[in-house]
Design a protein. Structure first.
Length: 216
């Protein structure tokens, strides 16, 4: 590729879309990012088909309720997405369900951090606060460990713990599976030992959580 072609590629602006109801945020972001000449920003309050071509979509989570945020993230899963104005716990929960999110910016994010983060994402990287990254890694390790333990369970043990997680008592599980209550208790005891869980609620949570991860 010659120098002229390279120069043309460098000068081509990256299309950044802000999903927000806030004109104030739109104005502030344009002021924050005006020093990045390679950006072309527009704002929309709704998801549109043409946003699939954006190099980055900034989702102002303060403009939408949780259900709307999740719907937006599902619709734009093939587009680089970053969350704006997200609180730490809110961001963690959204990233657990939607791991394709590439960046998170808290309300306290400074202009310099926003510059670096947006640039990093546009260059193909990710931008997550360190504490959030550590929590997500911790969850991943827990899920990996739990997955190995769950693999050691028999199908019957998984079935019984899943039913327990749905609120059935030992007697109700026994009736449904045509087994004795003693057998159900024995299966639960053995399963909890394999999982390292302290009670049936914790064991059931691990099994149901693992099933949910497998389906997501």
């Amino acid at each position: 590729m010659n120098d002229k072609a390279c120069s043309a590629l460098v000068s081509t602006p990256s299309r950044v879309t802000l999903l927000s109801h806030s004109e104030v945020l739109d104005t502030a972001l344009r002021q924050y990012l005006h020093e990045l000449p390679h950006l072309r920003m527009n704002r929309s309050a709704t998801v549109r088909t043409d946003q699939a071509d954006a190099e980055l979509v900034l989702v102002d989570v303060a403009s939408f309720d949780n259900a709307e945020c999740e719907r937006i993230l599902r619709k734009l899963r093939d587009v680089p997405i970053a969350l704006l104005n997200a609180q730490p716990d809110q961001a963690r929960l959204l990233l657990v369900k939607h791991p394709w999110v590439r960046g998170v910016f808290y309300p306290s994010t400074t202009r310099s951090i926003l510059h670096r983060g947006v640039t990093t994402i546009l260059e193909g990287g990710d931008w997550l606060p360190r504490a959030l990254m550590e929590k997500l890694l911790g969850r991943y390790r827990e899920l990996t460990s739990a997955s190995r333990a769950i693999d050691d369970l028999s199908e019957r043990e998984k079935q019984i713990l899943a039913l327990a997680g749905k609120g059935l008592s030992n007697a109700e599980i026994a009736e449904r599976l045509h087994l004795s209550t003693h057998t159900i208790k024995s299966h639960i005891h053995n399963a909890l030992g394999k999982l390292g869980a302290s009670n049936r609620a914790q064991g059931a949570s691990l099994v149901l959580g693992h099933a949910g991860e497998a389906l997501s």
